[in-house]
Write a protein that binds this ligand. Structure first.
Ligand code: PLP
Length: 400
């Protein structure tokens, strides 16, 4: 391997959300937080960023920009960034979009919040699938928009959409927008073309637009292929695609995401209401990532595949009642530990207090997540192993 994903990097004193920010985010208002481990000794497997150094090609891109000493207001006036991103989507998913449709946002969450505001009127509702990433609900709540959910069907840890239920939900007059998470956080499903086609057909037949949050689309197990929803419906202007280099290349701190809006009226509204100003270092980093990051991502994929297999083997040996499938995408494992806990138990709190492992339990997601934990496997294997060993020890102690 050219890149060292085993390297353990100390993130203290870097203002890292992962290190300093778990208290307010995971335990806000929680008075039972009583972590037994020293804060330096915590194993962090919660927020979706990586414990790995970024590709050196990205650092080179940033350094090159730093060689020019002026950092005034910046926009994307030349086509280099869009070309790098478009080449990426062409090469990886054989998908091309009209460059005119591309706008940029400070992140996919800010984009979702903005889009829900522009698309939904008072009285409208949005649809998403559960268990769900909580920010889809927050996007509705923020704008006082109602929502309906469709529960994914789970068979032995494998999730599928319930199309009959989705049809029932979108046939309600008020439902105007669906937020699709593809690949899906937290279950890790990489929806296939047939599933995406069926979802799109149902939504469009009922006048429902789709925001496709495809932020995890490059983080696939080695055998998987990703299809953007918009590729399946090339004539439609009812799909807004959100992609970003933040998850793929560990660049979340640069706050830069791609939003592809084919609908002219919606894109015009976006352009009129959002200043097209960007951080010049973000553009340099993200452009370098798309242009030169492929071989780093290839090696990362191999390493993550091995981490997923490691987790599978570990659970089989030490927690045989856990239900877990190696997920098709994301670096997040979704593990059903309900057999070891009471219904409604707060697993986020339990593992923080008893194991010094910071993870996201089912309480951090919307619906149908009780008894689950989401583990971020984008960390050196030694850390993963230690975290898992501590989790097993805590469970064994509890049931002794
Ligand atoms: C599905 C999904 N969308 C959006 C985000 C966050 O996007 P951003 O950091 O670009 O706002 C995450 C982060 O975990 C995510 O899992």
């Amino acid at each position: 391997m050219k890149y060292n994903f085993d390297e353990i990097i100390d993130r203290q004193k870097t203002n890292a959300m992962s290190v300093e920010g778990y208290g307010p985010y995971l335990f806000n208002g929680e008075n039972k937080l009583d972590i037994k481990h020293d804060s330096k000794d915590l194993i962090r497997m919660w927020v979706a960023d990586m414990e790995f150094a970024v590709a050196p090609q990205i650092i080179d891109g940033i350094k090159e920009r730093l060689d020019h000493p002026i950092f005034g207001y910046s926009g994307i006036f030349e086509s280099d960034y869009a070309d790098a991103f478009l080449n990426w989507t062409k090469r990886r998913y054989n998908w091309e979009f009209n460059k005119e449709y591309l706008v940029n946002a400070l992140g996919v969450i800010p984009a979702l919040f903005t889009l829900v505001e522009y698309i939904c009127k008072p009285g409208d509702k949005l649809l998403f699938m559960t268990p769900s990433y909580a920010f889809f609900k927050h996007a509705a709540d923020k704008h006082n928009i109602g929502y309906v959910v469709s529960e994914l069907k789970c068979t032995d840890g494998y999730y599928e959409m319930d199309f009959k239920d989705i049809e029932a939900q979108v046939s309600q007059e008020e439902v105007k927008l669906c937020i699709l998470c593809s690949p899906h956080n937290p279950t890790g499903r990489n929806w296939n073309e047939a599933e995406l086609k069926q979802l799109g057909d149902i939504c469009f037949a009922n006048g429902v637009q789709i925001i496709a949050d495809e932020i995890h689309c490059d983080l696939l197990r080695g055998t998987e292929k990703f299809t953007p929803l918009a590729k399946i419906f090339p004539q439609s202007d009812q799909i807004i695609t959100c992609m970003a280099p933040s998850k793929t290349f560990n660049l979340a701190g640069f706050m830069f995401a791609n939003v592809i809006i084919p609908n002219d009226a919606l894109r015009t509204e976006w352009q009129e209401k959002n200043l097209p100003i960007v951080n010049p270092l973000s553009v340099a980093a993200c452009q370098a990532a798309y242009a030169n990051g492929q071989d780093w991502l290839d090696e990362l994929t191999v390493y993550l595949d091995q981490n997923f297999q490691f987790l599978k083997d570990f659970l089989t040996e030490h927690l045989p009642k856990a239900i877990y499938n190696i997920t098709e995408a994301t670096y997040l494992a979704w593990v059903d530990l309900a057999a070891y806990f009471e219904q409604g138990e707060n697993l986020t709190l339990f593992f923080a207090n008893e194991a010094g492992v910071i993870l996201e339990g089912g309480n951090m997601f919307v619906d149908h997540a009780d008894g689950y934990v989401r583990l971020n496997l984008a960390c050196p294997r030694a850390k993963l192993q230690e975290g898992l060993e501590r989790m097993v020890e805590a469970i064994n102690k509890k049931s002794a």
